[in-house]
Design a protein around this ligand. Sequence first.
Ligand SMILES: CC(C)(COP(=O)(O)OP(=O)(O)OC[C@H]1O[C@@H](n2cnc3c(N)ncnc32)[C@H](O)[C@@H]1OP(=O)(O)O)[C@@H](O)C(=O)NCCC(=O)NCCS
Length: 215
Amino acid sequence: MSSQAKSPFPAGFTITTPRLRIIPLDPENQEHCEFLVHLWGTELFTKTLGPSGIDDAASAKKFITNRVLADYERNKHGLFLVLLYNEETKQTTPIGTSSLMKGAPPGAHYLLPDVGYVILPELNGKGYATEATKGLIEYATKDLGIDGVFGFTGPDNIASRRVLEKAGLEFRGIADLVVFGRLSAIYTVPGMSEDLGVYGLNEEIRKEETATADK
Ligand SMILES: CC(C)(COP(=O)(O)OP(=O)(O)OC[C@H]1O[C@@H](n2cnc3c(N)ncnc32)[C@H](O)[C@@H]1OP(=O)(O)O)[C@@H](O)C(=O)NCCC(=O)NCCS
């Protein structure tokens, strides 16, 4: 089953943006495992998204093996590692994760993936999340032929909403999404249907902003 999933990506597979290199996570790569523990353990992450449950390299390895590789195998996308590329030294350094996620049937899921991102707090504000998001959306549409991409985020996560807007997504409203079980601001790339039900998103969408204290 999922533990036997194999990555469909050829060795060296990379999504390239001007400053970043976005690559698949490798459960056998200790640096990947340790970085995930660090990134998802920062105060900003836990305060915004809650505890990840990825507390040590062994749990990161298990998570990548069982969950991330299964997503790659099923969709050719999922959770990727974001590296900062240094033009002078030609070296890369992990700075975040960027994701294009679609749930596994028969669970609650929509027919198109949604983008996600986490960047090390000390490197926030430099446009890295926006650049990674644009890179993943281009990969989804051009390389995988995916017709549209969602962006879901807590209505009060201003930085995240800004990332989606800067990456060119359009605000569609607020809804209590079954996939997250909480209130989310919903964005889509331009050109998607007015009726989000055609993508399996049938929750009631409110157009107006709310003053909720959601994450
Ligand atoms: C959200 C996150 C990924 C942003 O990463 P980043 O690399 O700093 O993003 P960018 O630099 O591309 O863009 C951030 C934008 O938000 C703005 N911003 C950040 N905090 C803000 C605030 N409190 N109020 C208003 N704008 C804010 C920045 O100024 C920037 O916009 P600008 O370029 O117009 O100035 C990062 O803060 C993070 O990892 N947060 C925790 C995880 C998370 O919330 N992920 C999203 C889950 S849906």
